[in-house]
Every structure is written in structure tokens, then in C-alpha cells.
Write a protein that binds this ligand. Structure first.
Ligand SMILES: [Zn+2]
Length: 385
């Protein structure tokens, strides 16, 4: 599909490292020995907002051939309920904190309670390359750590926003290297437009808060790397493909024990084109399958990985004539009632009818990692413990 050399990726992945150090330097100084058999957990948001009707409902199965096939290999939870704020940031933040979050939805606030990343790293002493969040949604720069003073960024996940990086890279090309030639710039723009068109905001969004704090040198390096990447032979054609690619590189390079992968392209539905929404669902299905393929073939993950895949929220029902599939604000069951597929270590094959909730994911993962959560809204899911 597409590839990036290890050298390029290492330069790229310096983004938002919580303690301001580049990861390859950390690796050189502090190798992190891991006991054999350590469980690894990958949380995947089948994200951007998708309804049951286009996924695991009988009429939706045609959109998700990979997950449909994988359903019988793991444990399928038929009802996973989002009882919180129906926005992307809050819904995802609730998944990674175990508490229903209600913060600014543009990523300028932080979760009121610590994330699983912080809890895990503080409790275990795990290093900064052991927890990552790779996110298509540009507002997720603060997804790696909440605002609790006892935790915070020193214990948080590395957050990488690959699509945002690419956007900044192009701005850099246009602004700083006019001598590169019109043909090259046109090429960059053409490729980037394909990626940007997959998100409903389009061109012109603001730089996320985390980006402004990036070390200048790291940022310049990232920009250069991405420009090289764009000119490579196999550039990805959507934000989620780039997120998948970076997530897979993180798995291969750092083998973190805990990772969030946020897909988001299907939120293109806000534009009102049902066919684009369906295309994005099919692509997310394919990428989730490829992520699971990697977890089954990568020696660091094979046989010891639990991958939990769920939509962070649904979309409005067709009965809601004011909105339909376009939005996700009505609060009707089509918005709140989703599903979860658990694959791999500890997920006994079968299906569970009783409802679980988005906040239960964090509680479950914490239990499996041996981390005490304290008071949370979520409860460990018995079928996975
Ligand atoms: Zn949306």
C-alpha cells in the first residue's frame, strides 16, 4: 500500500513526546526490558461516528467484510453504550479515562480524570515509548493525558496526529520553499488535497495547541520528513491510512504495551454524501483488519495482544429527518448504542448480549494491566478478565 523508511519514521515520530526527548535517543539510553508474556492492549476507535445500520446490522454487514469475518474469532459485545456527550473528543476521552468526560471538544481542554496511559505508566514505571495515541482527528492533541496534578504529561501517551503533520508540512513547502518549483508544489498539493478531502472541515483549520509547543527543531525535521514522504512512490490516500501506517510503524519500532488508534475519516458523513460515508466505513474495516494482521504476525504482539475495537459514537437515526446519518447529536439509540469486538488474548469466542458501556473499556484494560483505577464510572468487563 505505502511505506516509509525507518529512518524517515524515526525523524517523524519525534512529535509530542511527552518528556520532550526524541524516542530513538531514549531507546539508545534506556532500553526497556519487558517480561515475556506481557499482555499488550490496542484500543481502536472505529471512529468518526458510525451506526449499527451500516455495520453489524444485517443490512450493514456488506460494508465490513473483515470485521464480519473476525467476529467469530473473538468476543462480540452486541451493545456498547455511550451515555456521555456525543462528540468525538469527549466520547474518546471517556473510553481512555473510564469516566464520562465533559470538556471542551476542540482539544484545548483536558480530561478531568487521568487517562489509562498515565495510570499505567505511573503504576508500572513504564517508559515514554510504552504508551501511544495515534489519531486522525486533529483535535486529539491532548488525548494522552488529563489535567489531574498527580499525573499529567510526564506520564502520558505520545500523541501523534499524522494528518495534521502532513498539513503543516505542505504549508511549510508552500511558504518556505518556493524555489522547489511549481511542478513539485503542485504535486504536493494534489496529493494532500486527496487526504484533506477525507475530513469534513477541509483546508484551513487551526494549528492544534500541542503543535505550538513542539520544539522548533523537531518540527522542522518532521516537516522535512513529511515532504519527503509525500514525494515518495506510495503515499497514502486518506488520513486514516496514514494513521494506520504510523500506528504500524510504532508497533514495529517501539512495541508499546498500550496504544490507542483513532480512525476518523467516516465523519465525512457531515458533508452529506452517503456514498463517501460508506466508502470510509469500508476503508476503516480494511485498516482494522490490517492492524489485527500486524498484531498476529509481529513477534512482539503475536499471542499476547488484546485488541478492542468499537465506534466512539453512532450517528442520528433515519427517523430523525432533521439530521439522519449526517450528524450525531440527537441522542437517540442510533447515536448511543454501538458494539465492541474483542480479539486476541483473553477474549473467549462468543457473543455477549448484556449491555456494556464505553467507560468499561478503561476499567477492563486497567485490570488486565494490573493498574488500580480508584473511583471510576466504568466497571471491568467480566468476560475479558
Ligand atoms: Zn462528527
Amino acid at each position: 500500500m505505502f511505506s516509509l523508511s525507518k529512518r524517515q519514521f524515526l525523524r517523524l515520530s519525534g512529535l509530542a513526546i511527552a518528556d520532550r526527548l526524541l524516542p530513538w535517543r531514549l531507546r539508545a539510553q534506556e532500553p526497556e526490558p519487558r517480561a515475556e508474556g506481557d499482555l499488550k492492549i490496542i484500543l481502536v476507535t472505529f471512529g468518526g461516528g458510525v451506526r449499527y445500520a451500516e455495520t453489524f446490522a444485517p443490512e450493514g454487514l456488506r460494508n465490513i467484510p473483515r470485521l464480519r469475518a473476525l467476529r467469530s474469532e473473538g468476543r462480540f459485545f452486541k451493545t456498547c453504550i455511550n451515555s456521555g456527550v456525543l462528540s468525538h473528543y469527549n466520547s474518546t476521552s471517556s473510553i481512555v479515562t473510564g469516566n464520562w468526560q465533559r470538556v471542551d471538544d476542540f482539544g484545548f481542554g483536558r480530561a478531568a480524570s487521568p487517562t489509562l496511559f498515565e495510570r499505567y505508566r505511573k503504576a508500572s514505571g513504564a517508559g515514554p515509548t510504552d504508551a501511544w495515541a495515534i489519531c486522525t482527528n486533529k483535535s486529539f492533541a491532548t488525548m494522552g493525558a488529563g489535567r489531574s496534578r498527580d499525573f499529567g504529561e510526564p506520564f502520558g501517551a505520545n500523541v501523534v496526529l499524522p494528518k495534521q503533520l502532513l498539513l503543516e508540512a505542505v504549508s511549510g513547502v508552500i511558504a518556505r520553499a518556493p524555489a522547489a518549483g511549481v511542478a513539485d508544489r503542485a504535486n504536493v498539493l494534489r496529493r494532500l488535497e486527496n487526504i484533506l478531502n477525507a475530513g469534513y472541515e477541509g483546508i484551513g483549520w487551526t494549528i492544534f495547541e500541542g503543535g505550538r509547543r513542539l520544539d522548533r527543531q523537531v518540527k522542522d525535521t518532521l516537516t522535512r520528513s513529511l515532504v519527503e514522504y509525500i514525494h515518495g512512490p506510495e503515499a497514502p490516500s486518506s488520513g486514516d491510512e496514514l494513521t494506520f501506517f504510523v500506528a504500524r510503524e510504532v508497533m514495529r519500532e517501539f512495541a508499546p504495551r498500550l496504544m490507542l488508534v483513532n480512525f476518523w475519516d467516516m465523519d465525512v458523513a457531515h458533508w452529506g454524501a452517503y456514498s463517501l460515508y460508506l466508502q470510509a466505513i469500508a476503508k476503516t474495516d480494511r485498516l482494522c483488519g490490517m492492524l489485527w494482521d500486524e498484531a498476529q504476525t509481529n513477534p512482539a504482539y503475536k499471542g499476547r495482544t488484546l485488541m478492542l475495537t468499537l465506534p466512539e459514537l453512532g450517528r442520528d437515526g433515519d427517523a430523525d429527518t432533521a439530521n439522519g446519518f449526517l450528524n450525531h447529536r440527537s441522542g437517540d439509540p442510533s447515536c448511543r448504542n454501538t458494539w465492541m469486538l474483542a480479539l486476541g488474548a483473553g477474549a473467549a469466542k462468543g457473543e455477549t448480549d448484556r449491555p456494556i458501556a464505553h467507560v468499561d473499556i478503561c476499567a477492563t484494560a486497567a485490570e488486565l494491566l494490573g493498574v488500580k483505577l480508584g473511583e471510576t464510572a466504568g466497571r471491568p468487563i467480566a468476560e475479558l478478565i
